[in-house]
Design a protein around this ligand. Structure first.
Ligand SMILES: [Zn+2]
Length: 187
């Protein structure tokens, strides 16, 4: 089942999310719904705060049959904690399903070490690099209440402010279902 995606400006996107336990109600269904929602919006990652749940859960699918290491990269990350970020800074043009039509270059380190549980509640401590690291960093930030726009320079942020405000008001065309912050005209 596809769920509405919360738009920029909703306070849930600014909140540090809580850990969950294996008893979290209907977790397998929630994970399925998150994948459905992500695929329905042509995304490669989706974090629970983006569907209005302030919990430490995100899903990613960056499977690329041609790319070594990404041949089967459909993963669920529960209670993830960033242990280390290292390597060199690189620019990548990021977008976000909560911030439609805004894409900006963001600098992040290229290597991360992450602790997390998968959907079977098996614990992993794993190192990721390149695109995998990048997508994880973006989704992980959602569970920390951070957005990629927070990483832009003040000048760049000022330049896109009116577009961000428009998204918060619901004045944006999207092909998927969204939930706009209370008080906006279109919901
Ligand atoms: Zn995002």
């Amino acid at each position: 089942m596809k769920l509405p995606i919360v738009a920029y400006g909703d306070p849930v996107l600014k909140k540090k999310a809580d850990e969950i336990s294996p008893e979290y109600p209907e977790l397998p269904k929630l994970i399925n719904d998150m994948f459905d929602t992500m695929y329905g919006a042509n995304g490669v990652g989706l974090a629970a705060p983006q569907i209005g749940l302030s919990i430490r859960l995100f899903v990613i699918d960056i499977t690329d049959k041609e790319e070594p290491g990404l041949e089967d990269f459909k993963k669920v990350f529960i209670n993830a904690q960033m242990l280390e970020e290292s390597g060199s800074l690189w620019d990548f043009n990021e977008g976000c399903l909560s911030i439609p039509d805004v894409r900006e270059d963001v600098k992040r380190l290229d290597t991360i070490k992450l602790s997390y549980y998968d959907e079977k509640w098996e614990h992993h401590e794993e190192t990721f690099t390149g695109l995998a690291a990048r997508v994880i960093q973006h989704e992980y930030d959602h569970t920390e209440g951070k957005l990629f726009t927070d990483k832009l320079s003040p000048l760049r942020r000022a330049m896109i402010k009116s577009r961000l405000d428009a998204i918060s008001r619901g004045a944006v065309k999207v092909t998927y279902k969204m939930k706009f912050p209370a008080g906006s005209k279109r919901r």
